[in-house]
Design a protein around this ligand. Sequence first.
Ligand SMILES: Nc1ncnc2c1ncn2[C@@H]1O[C@H](COP(=O)(O)OP(=O)(O)OP(=O)(O)O)[C@@H](O)[C@H]1O
Ligand SMILES: [Mg+2]
Length: 904
Amino acid sequence: MWAPDPPLDKRSPAAPAPGAAARGRPDGGSLASVRAALAGYAGEPALAVLRRWDTSPRGLDENEAQDRLLRFGEGADGSARDGGTRRPVRAAAAPFVVVLICLGLVSALVGDARGTVLICCLAVLSGALRFRQEARSDRAAAALRTMATTTATVLRRAAPGADPVPREVPAEQVVPGDIVLLGPGDVVPADLRLLSSSGLTVDQSALTGESLPAGKHATWAEGPLPAPPAGGPEPDVFGHPRLCLTGTTVVAGTGTAVAVATGTATYVGATGDLPARPPETAFDRGVRAVSWGLVAAMLTALPLVLAAGGALRGDWSRALPTAVAVAVAVTPEMLPLVATALLVRGAAGLSRRQVIVKRLPAVHNLGAMDTLCVDKTGTLTERHLRPACHLDPDGGADPGVLRWARLNALWSVELSGSPDGDAVDEALLRDAGDLAGFEGADVIPFDFTRRRATVLLRPDDPRPRSRAAHVLVTKGAVEDVLDVCVRVRTRDGEVALDAAERARLLAMGDRWAADGVRLLAVATARRAAPARSLSPADERDLTLVGFVGFRDRPDPAAAAAVRALARRGVDLIMITGDHPEVARRVCRDAGLPVSRVVLGRDLAGLDDAELARLAGPATVFARVAPAQKARVVRALRRAGRTVGYLGDGVNDAPALRAADVGVTVAGAAGPARAAADVILARGGLGALEQAVVAGRRTFANTVKYIKIALTSNVGNVASILAAAATLPFPAMPPLQVLVRNVCFDLSQLALVHDRVDESQILRPRTFDHLDLARFVACVGPVGALFDLAVFGLLWRVPAAHGPGGQQLVHTGWFVANLTAQGLAMLLLRSRGRGAPRAAWPVLAAAAAPALCGLLLPFSPLAATLDLRPLPLAALPPLAVVVTGYLAATIGVRALYQRLFGRWL
Ligand SMILES: Nc1ncnc2c1ncn2[C@@H]1O[C@H](COP(=O)(O)OP(=O)(O)OP(=O)(O)O)[C@@H](O)[C@H]1O
Ligand SMILES: [Mg+2]
């Protein structure tokens, strides 16, 4: 329906030239200009906006849309909460780049041109590698995301003269001038100016933090206005009823709107919040702490090396390359790359099991999660409500009540579009039969804060419409409907709803709830034909006519999944908007212990610390509003827990966003899908347990890699320092150290295929710095001692071989070090007896560094790397030393486990 526009409203701010910020500025405008432009669009008559964008209510034709896509660029998928794939890379990369830059400066200052060039090459090389990996992982993440992509419905015409047809397009392909059709669950794909609407309610919490959905109206006359848009320099674009902004989601109702800005030209684009950055994960923090720890170690070692070599011996030409070699040795250049590869592999494995990961770091968070908050319907129950009873206020069966409830459901759905198939309304309308006699005139859609849905019905009456009395019908949670009632229709006639009557009715609701029946109250009132749209203020002076009750069977798989998660160390906490007794009953059926039930209204008096203390594993939160669900999650996170949230409703979206990892199911409401990090395409809690295991496996392999890489690097630093102190010529050239690191770390990529010990995935784990430091401190020196043994062996070579002897010593170290550490990986990767055997890619990867070491001196790169083929006679003694090193590693591993009771 096309609503003619009223004249320009006096309250709206004077329209600046709206196109200035949004049009022709695909690179985004300043926030103030975007805001002003939006306010301008909102204030202008619809026809003027359409003309400005050279479009009409019939939409764009396909060619024009393509042209505009090229001109303005792709918009943004409002559901993407990404930025995550690059973060693990950045977290680790930044400190190392800083170090390389510092080293380059030092080299330049002391006039070492070769060193400066070399370091610049290292920086460029590591940058290029990182760039490549970022691009790859972003592509992988995007491919995973397409499985959960959001779409938008636009009116398009095949040719300029053709009729418009609604077409579903990927959200990012909406262009300025497109006519967008909005319905419940849709994620708003662009900044839109409404043209017409019916009962449209939009959840803006993702952007404003405001938990209450906002009503949106195309025309000023429609419905009561929320606060008028503030004039002056900062118009309130979110509060404006005619504007729907990118990234918000439609909770209820329908609308038609014209897109006025897309992509970076949108409001969120201009704030730089697109996509919104999720909170940093514990793992990111861990990797960054390790990285800076290494930097600190390096910065301590560097002056010492320079002081020792340069100041004491006065030999700066040797001290500087040694210092650079130390810096290179300690830097795990490939850490960002391997860590991301592990995440990509974990996410890909999950997608084969129908678990879609929208944000890569969520894989680790799944594994680290120690507390899982769940809603009730569709998580612990089947989400298939069955009518259980229909009662008058005295408790007797009354089909009349059922009919009112059904009329309410029918017209709620018809007029507002039920939020993603509301389970209550679905249940009421199943086998509803003939509901003739009334026609819906208006609706106040259900929301989770009022917990009521109201419709205004007009009788199908031959009398002139204006005179026929209308009926207001409200259904909802018992206490919330009683709040707006003044009378009760009993068998003996209508009585006033006093305190005693209220207590009696609430007790009735409690009794049914204890039996697992969710009771909804139904109330009606006669009203004159309305002169204006309904508002929540009209929900008053009603008469309670009875109750309808529903049962939802417990999900048969839930109890087993609850037990499995408990075995894996995940505490479950139910947070529901439903009745406390229904919640208690469902918990009992699912085998969840309940020691206390906390009500939403009691949360206001608690601070976060008290709330977190209350939220133990046997606590149930009932009658909580959407914002309160999120508050419980945040309080738990602040108390140091890693919190997951599993829910499927519009009302779960704020909590899904607040959690470390938000999980939803395929059939969930649009806003829930948009807010979640992980979507379970099949199965509920059971599938989540599988995902938790997969997350822990990825985490375990990542920690394994970090331990192995650091152990090897720290060992190498020690040996380079020892070599510098003892050898009569320069220790290893920095370039060789770099190539060694790259060869070794690339082989470690095979760890993505490694099997994991059950003991490592039994409990949730987070990054443990102390454990890492202890491991590196105990195992690293073994490598250093081995290197010293190699130097001991090669001690006399330079004298025997003249000037080429130095190269032989370096090559000997290069080959032996790569061989030994490659093979040692097989020992370090497991705790030994009883642990799962290495998969074949891991076995191959263990041999790969040795092969590199042996072959590189024969390759064309040998000259650049300063490597020389080793004489055959050198190999047996080196093999003996390598064997000795492996034996020592086995010994240290056994001792370490005896001392500390664990290995990885
Ligand atoms: N369509 C509806 N019309 C009227 N009232 C409703 C409707 N849907 C739900 N309610 C009321 O609102 C209350 C809260 O809704 P609901 O139980 O779905 O919340 P929730 O937090 O999503 O719960 P769950 O944990 O079961 O998913 C319900 O107990 C019911 O009383
Ligand atoms: Mg729900």
